[in-house]
Design a protein around this ligand. Structure first.
Ligand SMILES: *Cc1c(COP(=O)(O)O)cnc(C)c1O
Length: 459
């Protein structure tokens, strides 16, 4: 494809995406296809000769689109938001076009320096602890996901810990990525301690303290505690300050996973959960969930980068260079698992500059307000009840008729294509989750969803 053809098809693809944005509300939210439907329509072998670009776009419409679940629909209330936005898409496009590998400062200085700078900007914007700023011993890096951030935190924690029988602690409501990190890092399933939660599904510091004490008494070494600010299941917030105090007493690394909720800290009134974060060793949140920056973009901060870099730095001769030897630059390959890395900070830069902090705050506030309206409707209803404290943009609720009724309700609503909801289990009961965080979601979408939920329940 020549630059001229690229120009022509590129314009057409942007046109296609703009039309998608305008019409995304009209698609059935969850794809209604069955397993194998997409593959059945694809040729068995790759083409021997190039095909016209128009044919590819035609198949995009015919074959791919029916198999899309529309995360960008304003009626998407499942899992968590995964917002794309026009400036983020354009930043991503530039990143793809430049095709830069940002593993070392020397392999593209701008890739490293813009990333460092964006992560410092976010320290300001979110009121994060000064320890996370790059000017001190700490600093931030963009990971592909919160799962990778957890793994890097764990590997750094192990590097810092005294050798021994290492244990890892997290609440029974923590994200599965913590358990996965423990497994990948080779700690063995025995090393993971799931700590009890309170009535609001937040980690109980007394249970954590007891767990550490009993392990220490048995000769084991607490290595890392993973606290969650905003659990995936019900948006519970573990109390960071008491958890941090326990970690300090035992020299255990404290990692704070705020993958979903973290973005809310750009609003001063939603910063309460940061209390105690200044005592944490690492922290992560996902702009790819709730800050209009399309996947992948997880911001991962450490209060002291020494252990992380010492744990992950391996320097073969072919990567040696003057800038790295001078120790005056950051080489982000030492802050992550892979060597290669994309220029992800471009899309964050495009987003922060295009919207400005005020507009991002307004979006978060709108979603929080919509969730609170939805919660008030549930509370006022005779047939439904709230199942967890409502924090930020998530409402956990259920029909009073029991698990079976809620499963059928979910099934019925999702197959209607008008909205998409997922569920969780709280206190062994099936609970529906209304996660409100799509950029286009307005009051009318949430109100219509509530109408449909009630209508479905009436049968
Ligand atoms: C979404 C989520 C994760 C996983 O995020 P990835 O970036 O997809 O790995 C982890 N923890 C919490 C609390 C989450 O909400």
């Amino acid at each position: 494809m020549s630059p001229d053809e690229f120009r022509k098809h590129g314009h057409a693809v942007i046109e296609w995406l703009a039309a998608y944005m305008e019409g995304v509300e009209n698609y059935p939210v969850a794809s209604q296809l069955s397993p194998g439907d997409v593959r059945a329509r694809l040729p068995e072998h790759a083409p021997e000769h190039g095909e016209p670009f128009a044919d590819i776009i035609e198949d995009l419409d015919d074959i791919i689109m029916p198999g899309i679940t529309h995360w960008q629909s304003p009626n998407f209330f499942a899992y968590f938001p995964a917002n794309a936005s026009p400036p983020a898409i354009l930043g991503e496009l530039v990143s793809a076009g430049l095709g830069v590998q940002g593993m070392l400062w020397a392999t593209s200085p701008a890739c490293t320096e813009l990333e460092t700078h964006m992560l410092d900007w976010l320290v300001d914007l979110m009121g994060l602890p000064e320890e996370f700023r790059s000017s001190g011993p700490g600093g931030g890096v963009i990971q592909d996901s919160a799962s990778s951030a957890a793994l890097c935190a764990l590997v750094a924690a192990r590097h810092r810990a005294s050798p021994g029988d290492l244990k890892v602690y997290t609440s029974s409501h923590a994200h599965s990525s913590i358990e996965k990190a423990v497994r990948i890092a080779g700690f063995g399933d025995d090393a993971l301690r799931l700590v009890d939660v309170d009535d609001d599904f937040a980690l109980r510091p007394d249970a954590l303290a007891a767990g550490l004490a009993s392990d220490v008494a048995a000769g084991a070494t607490p290595c890392l505690v993973a606290a969650t600010s905003g659990t995936a299941s019900s948006m519970a917030f573990d109390p960071l300050r008491p958890v941090a105090d326990i970690c300090r007493r035992h020299d255990a690394w404290l990692h704070v996973d705020a993958a979903m909720a973290g973005s809310a800290a750009i609003c001063t009134e939603h910063r309460g959960f940061l209390d105690g974060l200044d005592l944490a060793d690492s922290f992560c949140f996902n702009p790819h969930k709730w800050l209009l920056t399309n996947f992948d973009c997880d911001c991962f901060y450490v209060a002291d980068r020494t252990a992380l870099i010492d744990a992950l730095s391996v320097l073969p001769e072919y990567l040696r260079n003057q800038a790295s030897d001078s120790k005056e630059v950051i080489d982000y390959r030492d802050w992550q698992v892979p060597l290669g890395r994309r220029f992800r900070s471009l899309k964050l830069w495009f987003v922060l500059r295009s919207y400005g902090a005020e507009e991002l705050r307004a979006m978060i506030r709108r979603h929080v307000e919509l969730a609170s309206s939805f919660a008030s409707w549930v509370e006022a209803s005779d047939d439904f009840e709230l199942c967890a404290p409502v924090h930020l943009n998530l409402v956990c609720f259920r029909h009073r008729g029991g698990d079976e009724v809620n499963h059928e309700l979910q099934e019925h609503l999702n197959s209607s294509g008008k909205l998409y909801l997922t569920h969780t289990k709280l206190n062994d009961r099936t609970v529906l989750r209304m996660s409100i965080g799509q950029a286009r979601t307005e009051l009318r979408h949430v109100a219509a969803a509530w109408e449909q939920i009630q209508a479905a329940a009436r049968g």
